[in-house]
Each structure stands twice: as structure tokens, then as C-alpha cells.
Design a protein around this ligand. Structure first.
Ligand code: 0A1
Ligand code: ZN
Length: 849
């Protein structure tokens, strides 16, 4: 973990492995502080190697013994690995090492969570389990024996044998070490079965701690839906006799796609109507799908090296987004994904952490599991699909699976498949993978003599290490409306490939209204001078749901900017347009809820930066609060009736339709509470029979400075439930007024149930502080200091989660000099911490750079 001189690794330095692995036999003798791991690995020299050095990775291991072909040896051991001389022919390497899962708080390698053993090996955790060539292009067939008194002993592949205190598993599919997994614990399962379309029977299990078995049914249904969907849409079948999912409470990320044994953060799998919100249900469905889809995009076809991470992640995110769109509605899903991309990925691109979807270098690969690699990676696939068309995309994917099954592949392999399947030259398109930053696309419109001319120009601002940017291939989905709102040109895809390009449309009887970047066809920022009347027209008439919503979003942003700058009253074009949408029964409630939502305060800050202004988080907060009150007052009359119409009767269902009604109902409740002092919200709190309604009511109350009795009642009711209590911790910080956010967070760190070793609990408090923009950026600097104090404490225990959270400071350069110097000081204080981890060191270095 600690490394005095961390090395930068470069993509251009890739060399093939010197030795390949045919098979791996592992024996685990589990004990909390002294687990013995015995390995027997069949190696052979790689004919394509450029070196014959035999070097195995290993960290935090105590070597007990090693042998080659049965002969004991004393290898050269360093803190990062082991080296020895080996025959120039196939050979067997054996080792016995000792490790201490109980004291492993980094949650990488083999660790313990609530008395159960579990592993996390992506990206480079296997080297904390035993000596091994821990790189994804070395793929072996694993057999695993687990010895322990614990009742449930699981590993990858199929179970082969078991007895009293031991079990054996064999995974027939060669895999890289990062997909290895082991679980041992006192667990109960929620079982089911699935028959693949070729008739293969698969046993399915979700394993949980006793007491949680009632929270597995939804996840199991999501798994079966995912299996069916991957067969129907991508022609991909499951390939083992058993598929296990295990829920663990202490986990750095959402979940992990280990072959046949997915390990999940319990927040990403456990759900019941009483304890999980609609948003939790939707997230669980998406993550189960994501991990399951990795079986083909990630496991059967893996990555040659970690620079290719987007090969598996971008494609798998794209697939899970398609799945959710099919399950819950494409329009709402696309809008939600765009909201996330703009809020998080654009923010990353605009700051010191900007990096290409395929980075050129890294110090710690864990720092590159980012929204850029994942979400922008998925956008690139979406653009490719839009450019080549659905049929060609399907053909290319079939070719990808046929050509690369069993490979550790690269982005070049991926693009070549598309070139071969479609005959397209993707040289320019490939720049999306290597060029960082969000392109700005400027719109210029002309109309004369029945001809409409659209001129688009593109420009990508410079990013760290990349000053010069080249034009990209940008698919711009485009349509035209006439004055009546009729579509006179249905959606077509314009290909913007040059720095500036014009497109003409003839024979028009009057000046059309253009709808540009429909369906958010590219991850770019559209810069279009437009009046609010035109925006309101598109909000009312655009046939493209994304652009209809986005017109409302641009109106809201314009209104907010004016309010921040000079306290202006909101434009009636916006308020009237909103009122029409809110009342329009022809529009899905979930869509209406999205139109009612505002950009985040951070979005508004970035919009000001884009106008070369220095954002003041306090003024932005005031404007947002004022606008919410204006909207509430403007909708005052229909609010109670609309709210009542969104009542969902009968048994709770997490399906899209009911969830959509609740989401609109709760958006309306937030508005109503600003007028009725929380009367309706208090009533909803008391009557709630599910977490969505209960939490939304509590949220509405806390936002207006009420709800202390409900907050206490909530804690009393849910004390025993870790995941629900995470909501309780987070909500208080999220709802705190700017001058109270840091003190609220600080007080919560002294709560007896605050456990910094549990990433979910830590994130509940400090993730909420990061998101409470006005609170985090309170001019006193207390938010920065508190964050820095706790990141320094956490780094000694869990570098990975610390390094992710330090991105709270990634916008520091956009603020006034006082805030800038306070944030810089906080970052420098973190940087100066003795023994700071490699993970956090890399992040603060980039942030300060
Ligand atoms: N591959 C997983 C995410 C993941 C990545 C790293 C982890 O530990 C360092 C854990 C999980 C996914 O995409 O779901
Ligand atoms: Zn993934």
C-alpha cells in the first residue's frame, strides 16, 4: 500500500507477459489473522515475450516457502513482488504464504466483513492474496479449495467436491486473476433456477447474512430478467452450472463481476419496500444487470491491460443502460443518464482530473474507475451505434464475440471489428478514446429564400497534458419543426467531422425551429443563442423527449443565472411552460418530474464559469431556493389536486409506472411544503408504508427546517438496519443549510453508529457534504477543513475510498481567491501527511497540478 516512489505506468510501454499460466490450484486455510494460501501454478514461457524475467506480483504477503518443479528455493522478495530463475520450458511454481484478512481495512485482496471472508481482486488485489502475474492478459484455469469451519464456502466456477470443513470449486473458463473470488461465511441463500435458451439449467443464489433473506427477491428477478435480455438482445447465454451473488456490508464500490461469483455491496442488492426507495430498486436492477452482462463483456472477452478498462466498462455500462431503457422506458432513462453525465463527467472534464476515456498513464489504476471511463465510455459506444445504425451495430457485436471470445483485447481490436463489419474508417472516431475534455459545439442558424442553413463549429478546451485538440466525429441528431409545432423534418443524424461545417435544408415555406442534439446524441455542450420564447416553444412542442426536457432545463438555467446575477424574477415563459407540462396527463409522470427538477447548484456554478464569471455558492443556493418558492407559488392552485392524482394505491410495486407517479408526487410535495409549512409532508410521513414515501416526506420537512421529531422517530424505527441508517446520516447533511452542513456532518461523526471503516457510512456523511455545494463551500472554510481532517484519517485505513472522495476538491480553481486558497491549503495539508497512500498522493498531486 505504501510506496516511497510511486511509478507512473504508460500505455506505450506495454509488453507481453514473459510467462503464461495454464492452470492454478489454490488452497485457502482460513484464519482471521493468519490465513495460509497454498498455490500451485503451471507456467510456460510465452512465445511472444520480449523478456525472460520471471517476476510475480505480491504485496503484504509473508512468504513461508516456494518451490519450482518440487525443488525448494529462496526467491528474491521485495515489497512489491518476487523474482527467481526458472527453466526455459513449462514448469510448476508452488508457494505458501500467510496473510491477515481481519486487519485488511483497505478492502482489497482477502478481507473480513462482519465475520465473513470475502475478496476484491480488481484491479490489482490478487497480489495481496498470493504471488502471481497479476495482470489481465495472463489467463489461467483456476481450481480452489477452501478449508474453514464456516458453513458456506464459495469460489468461482462450478462446485466439484465438498466435505466436513472444506469445499472445492473448478472454473473451466480461463480468466485473469482480477476475476478470482472467494467467500466464506455464515450465510443463507435465496435460491432460484434459470434455463438458458439452449436448455442449460443454471442454479441461481443470492447469499446474505441471516435476517436479510427477505430482501433478495427483487434482485433475483432482476438477475433472471438480465439473463433473458442478454440472450434476446445480444445472443449471449450463461456458461456455468451455477451463478452466485453475495452481499457484503463493507465494499469500496457497487459490485464486482467475479466469474460465477459476483460480490455486491449490500446496498446494491438488498431491497424491500419498507427499506429501499424506488431509486434504490432501479439502481439495484441496473447493477445486477451490469455485473451479469460483464460475463461476456469483461470476462469471456477481457482487457489486455488496465488502459483498456473502458473496453469492458464503457460497453457494459452501455448495455446496462439499454437494459434499463427496455425495462423502464427509454426517454426517462436517457434523460437521467444525461443528468448524471453532465453533473459528474462534465465536471471531471472541466477540472484538473480530466483524462481520456483511455488514459495514457496512471500511477494507481484504482483512481481511473471514473465517470469518464464508465459513462463517457458508454457514450462513445452509443455514438458508434448511432453512426453505423442498429443493424450494423448488431453485426459488429456478433463479430466481436466470435472473433475475440477468450481474448484479452484492446480498443483497437474493438474498433477494427466495427471497421470490418461496416467498411467505415474509424481513424478519426478513435480520437474520442484518446482526447480528454468535453467538446463545445456552437450553433449558428440562417434562413433565406426557403433555405435553412445550420452551421456547427466544434472546439474542445485544453485539459491537463493536452493543450492541442483536434476535431472529433460528432453525431448530431437533428429535426425541424414549423410554427405550429409540427415536425417537418424527422430526426436525422448529421455528422460533424470538421472544426466548422454547414448543413442546408431547402424548400421550406417559413423559418423552421430546429431541434438539435436530439436524444443527447453526443456528450458535448451545445452553445446556442436562443430566446426563452424559443426554448419555451421546444418545451411545449418538441417531439423528441430529450430535447423537450432539455429546453426546460435550459430555461431553468437561464432563469437561475439571471437570479444569481441581479436577483431577477423568474421569466414567465419558464414558469408558464412548467405549469403546462406539470398538468399534461399525456406525459408520463416520471418525465414530468424530471421537467420539474432544477439543475444542481454545481451545474449552475459551472454555467457561470462558462460565462467567465466566478461563482458564489451562497448566491447560487439563494437563487435555487428562491426559484423553488416561485415555482411553488406559480403552481399553487393545481398542486394539491396533482399531488392527490399521483397517489398509488394497493401493494407497493417498484415497477416504473408506480415509481414514476411517486416521483412526480414527491416533486410536488417538495414544492407544497414550501407553502404549507410541511403539513402535507408530515401527513405523508405518518401514513407512509414504504421507504420512498417515508424518506421523501422526511426530506421535504428537513429542507424547510422542520422534521426533528420525524428524524428521531426514523432513527428509532430503523436503528437495526445499516442501509436505512446510511440514509438517515446522509439526509441530514444533504438538507442542512449552508452554514450548518459542516457542523451537522461533524456532529454525525461523533454518533455511536458512525463507523469510518464502513465505506457506505463514510460516504453517507462525506459524500453528502461534497454534494451540499453551498455547505461544503461555506466561506468560513469549515467544510474544507472537516473533509481534509477525515480524509487524512481514512487514508490510513482505506486508500481507495479516500482517493475517490478527495475529488470533492476538484472544482477548487473555479472559485474566488479566498476559497481557492482555503481549498489549496486543505489539499496541501492532505499531501503533506506522512505515509499518505499512493492512491491519495496521485489524486492530490493531480488536483494541485
Ligand atoms: N468492475 C466493477 C467495479 C469495481 C472496480 C474496482 C473495484 O475495486 C477496486 C470493485 C469493483 C464494475 O464495473 O462493476
Ligand atoms: Zn463494470
Amino acid at each position: 500500500m505504501k510506496d516511497a516512489s510511486p511509478q507512473t505506468i504508460y500505455l506505450k510501454d506495454y509488453t507481453p507477459p514473459a510467462y503464461l499460466v495454464d492452470s492454478v490450484h489454490l488452497t485457502f486455510r482460513l484464519a482471521p489473522t493468519a490465513t495460509r494460501v497454498l498455490s500451485r501454478i503451471a507456467f510456460r514461457p510465452n512465445p511472444d515475450a520480449t523478456s525472460s524475467d520471471f517476476l510475480l506480483h505480491g504485496e503484504d504477503l509473508t512468504l513461508i516457502s516456494a518451490k519450482i518443479d518440487g525443488a525448494p528455493l529462496t526467491p528474491d522478495v521485495t515489497p512489491t513482488g518476487l523474482r527467481c530463475t526458472v527453466p526455459n520450458a513449462p514448469f510448476i511454481f508452488e508457494a505458501e504464504v500467510e496473510i491477515s484478512p481481519e486487519t485488511n481495512t483497505a478492502l482489497e485482496g482477502l478481507y473480513m466483513s462482519n465475520g465473513m471472508y470475502c475478496t476484491q481482486c480488481e484491479a490489482e488485489g490478487f497480489r495481496k492474496i498470493t504471488y502471481y502475474p497479476d495482470r489481465p492478459d495472463v489467463m489461467g484455469v483456476f481450481t480452489t479449495r477452501i478449508e474453514s469451519d464456516l458453513p458456506v464456502l464459495l469460489s468461482n466456477g462450478n462446485p466439484t467436491d465438498q466435505g466436513d470443513g472444506w469445499a472445492e470449486w473448478h472454473d473451466p473458463w480461463p480468466k485473469p486473476a482480477y476475476l478470482f473470488a472467494l467467500v466464506a461465511g455464515d450465510l443463507v441463500n435465496h435460491p432460484d433456477r434459470f434455463t438458458t435458451r439452449s436448455g442449460k439449467h443454471v442454479a441461481l443464489n443470492i447469499w446474505v447474512r441471516p435476517g436479510d433473506e427477505g430482501k433478495c427477491a427483487f434482485g433475483m428477478e432482476a438477475l433472471k430478467k438480465s439473463m433473458t435480455w442478454d440472450e434476446d438482445v445480444y445472443g449471449r447465454e450463461y456458461d456455468l452450472d451455477i451463478f452466485n451473488i453475495v452481499a457484503v456490508d463493507d465494499f469500496n464500490m457497487g459490485a464486482m463481476e467475479n466469474k460465477g461469483l459476483n460480490i455486491f455491496n449490500s446496498s446494491a442488492v438488498l431491497a424491500s419496500p419498507e427499506t429501499a426507495t424506488d431509486a434504490n430498486f432501479e439502481r439495484i436492477e441496473a447493477i445486477i444487470a451490469h455485473e451479469y452482462f460483464h460475463n461476456w463483456t469483461g470476462n469471456r472477452i477481457t482487457c489486455r491491460d488496465w488502459f483498456q478498462l473502458c473496453l469492458k466498462e464503457g460497453l457494459t455500462v452501455f448495455r446496462d443502460q439499454q437494459f434499463t431503457g427496455d425495462m423502464r422506458g427509454d426517454a426517462v432513462k436517457r434523460i437521467s443518464d444525461a443528468v448524471v453525465l453532465r453533473a459528474h463527467q462534465f465536471r471531471e472534464d472541466n477540472g484538473p482530473l480530466a483524462h481520456p476515456v483511455r488514459p495514457d498513464s496512471f500511477v494507481e489504476i484504482n483512481n481511473f474507475y471514473t465517470v469518464t471511463v464508465y459513462e463517457k465510455g458508454a457514450e462513445i459506444i452509443g455514438m458508434l451505434k448511432r453512426l453505423v445504425g442498429d443493424d450494423a451495430y448488431a453485426k459488429a457485436l456478433d463479430l466481436y464475440f466470435a472473433r475475440h471470445d477468450g481474448d484479452a483485447a484492446t480498443i483497437e481490436d474493438w474498433l477494427k471489428v466495427f471497421e470490418d463489419a461496416t467498411g467505415r474508417d474509424l481513424t478519426q472516431f478513435a480520437k474520442w478514446y484518446s482526447q480528454a475534455g468535453t467538446p463545445r459545439v456552437k450553433v449558428h442558424e440562417d434562413f433565406a429564400d426557403g433555405t435553412y442553413t445550420l452551421t456547427l463549429s466544434q472546439h474542445t478546451p485544453s485539459t491537463p497534458g493536452q493543450d492541442h485538440k483536434e476535431p472529433l466525429v460528432i453525431p448530431v441528431a437533428f429535426g425541424l419543426l414549423n410554427d405550429n409545432g409540427d415536425e417537418i423534418l424527422p430526426t436525422q443524424v448529421l455528422e460533424l467531422t470538421k472544426a466548422e461545417q454547414s448543413f442546408t435544408f431547402d424548400n421550406l415555406s417559413s423559418r423552421p425551429i430546429a431541434s438539435i442534439l436530439r436524444d443527447f446524441s453526443a456528450p458535448v455542450i451545445l452553445q446556442r443563442a436562443q430566446t426563452n420564447v424559443e426554448r419555451a416553444f421546444l418545451l411545449a412542442h418538441d417531439t423528441d423527449p430529450f430535447n423537450k426536457w432539455d429546453a426546460g432545463r435550459m430555461l431553468a438555467q437561464d432563469v437561475l443565472l439571471r437570479m444569481v446575477r441581479d436577483d431577477a424574477t423568474p421569466d414567465s415563459a419558464y414558469l408558464d411552460g412548467l405549469a403546462v407540462v406539470a398538468r399534461d396527463d399525456n406525459l408520463a409522470p416520471a418525465f414530468r418530474a424530471l421537467v420539474l427538477s432544477l439543475p444542481t447548484e454545481d451545474d449552475t456554478a459551472q454555467a457561470l464559469v462558462d460565462c467567465d464569471e466566478i461563482p458564489d455558492p451562497a448566491a447560487i443556493y439563494t437563487a435555487h431556493e428562491a426559484l423553488k418558492l416561485h415555482i411553488a407559488q406559480h403552481l399553487q392552485d393545481p398542486l394539491p389536486r396533482l399531488y392527490a392524482e399521483m397517489t398509488v394505491s394497493g401493494l407497493y410495486s417498484p415497477e416504473a409506472e408506480a415509481a414514476g407517479k411517486r416521483s412526480l408526487g414527491n416533486a410536488l410535495l417538495m414544492l407544497m411544503s414550501r407553502l404549507d409549512g410541511g403539513k402535507q409532508a408530515a401527513q405523508q410521513y405518518t401514513g407512509a408504508d414504504n421507504m420512498t414515501q417515508q424518506l421523501a416526506a422526511l426530506n421535504a420537512l428537513l429542507k424547510i427546517g422542520k422534521g426533528q421529531a420525524e428524524l428521531q422517530a426514523f432513527a428509532d424505527q430503523w436503528q437495526h438496519d445499516r442501509l436505512v441508517m446510511d440514509k438517515w446520516f446522509g439526509l441530514q447533511v444533504a438538507c442542512a443549510a449552508p452554514d450548518a452542513a459542516a457542523t451537522t456532518a461533524e456532529k454525525l461523526t461523533r454518533h455511536p453508529d458512525f463507523e469510518m471503516k464502513n465505506p457506505n457510512r463514510f460516504r453517507a456523511v462525506f459524500g453528502a457534504l461534497k454534494s451540499n455545494a453551498a455547505g461544503f463551500h461555506d466561506p468560513s472554510g469549515v467544510g474544507y477543513d472537516l473533509m481534509a481532517d477525515w480524509l487524512i484519517k481514512l487514508d490510513a485505513l482505506n486508500p481507495q475510498t479516500t482517493a475517490r472522495m478527495v475529488s470533492a476538491f476538484d472544482t477548487w480553481k473555479r472559485y474566488d481567491t479566498d476559497r481557492q486558497s482555503k481549498m489549496r491549503a486543505a489539499l496541501q495539508r492532505i499531501a503533506a501527511t506522512p505515509n499518505l497512500s499512493r492512491d491519495t498522493t496521485e489524486m492530490v498531486t493531480r488536483l494541485l497540478g
